[in-house]
Design a protein around this ligand. Structure first.
Ligand SMILES: *Cc1c(COP(=O)(O)O)cnc(C)c1O
Length: 234
């Protein structure tokens, strides 16, 4: 077994155990393998071990990688999720090459993604990124702005607004990790109570996977625990 396939097995077991601990089914939680800074060969190794969803942060790196994986292994049917910061002049390749975007935090970005989504592809799945810890330095809309922006994104024709995403401030204690994830879940529930049809909570990374699943994560975004430490500052 390759290190990547061993790690993937361990992560899938952690997801199943965390779900079971709160009486959720393991298949309610999707694993997004965050392959940023790792090459096409790492993606292919994970795909050969059964992984289908991949997350990327850096646009040029991801476009090169998607093309390389397609060229080497046209048989693989992978789903690509963009999870990094988005510059408004770089939306077109995201709209063309990705299945999901988790990091939408401005209406203008959503409008451009909708306009630029190719007509022969399914609507682009979108999560609204929320600055759940309220840190001045973080991207994401403030919780109080989420309903208004979500309503405006939900009507864009070539997008499908699926839910919310957050990157909480790192905490080491389980209960401290749970608090921001609980806030994001409660915000999703409020938006649903207002009539928005949302089914996705993108939250939980290598270090806070259990807390996120305990609070209802439906997509966990895991990099280090699958691919190992990243060797450059990204
Ligand atoms: C890098 C990254 C991850 C994965 O983080 P790990 O700690 O390596 O699991 C998840 N989400 C986002 C938005 C990231 O940038």
């Amino acid at each position: 077994m390759s290190p990547i396939s061993r790690n993937l097995q361990a992560v899938n077991e952690s997801i199943a155990a965390a779900a079971q601990a709160v009486s959720r089914r393991a298949d309610e939680v999707s694993l997004l393998a965050v392959s940023k800074t790792f090459g096409a060969e790492a993606v292919i190794a994970a795909a050969d071990a059964g992984q289908r969803l991949f997350g990327e942060n850096y646009l040029q790196e991801s476009l090169d990688k998607i093309a390389a994986v397609k060229a080497q292994r046209p048989d693989l049917l992978l789903e690509w999720h963009f999870i990094g910061p988005i510059q408004s002049n770089k939306t077109r390749p995201i709209a063309e090459h990705f299945d999901w975007v988790h990091s939408v935090d401005r209406e203008k970005i959503a409008e451009r993604l909708s306009d630029q989504r190719p007509p022969d592809r399914q609507p682009l799945n979108i999560c609204l990124q929320v600055n759940i810890s309220g840190e001045a330095s973080k991207s994401g809309v403030l919780p109080g702005e989420a309903l208004d922006i979500a309503r405006r994104i939900a009507v864009l024709p070539r997008l499908r607004l699926r839910g919310l995403m957050a990157i909480p401030e790192p905490e080491t204690e389980f209960e401290a990790q749970r608090a921001p994830h609980r806030k994001l879940r409660q915000l999703l529930e409020e938006l649903r109570a207002q009539g928005l049809q949302l089914d996705t909570l993108s939250m939980g990374m290598s270090a806070d996977l259990d807390a996120a699943i305990a609070e209802g994560a439906t997509i966990v975004r895991i990099g280090t625990a699958i691919f190992g430490q990243r060797h450059y500052a990204k």
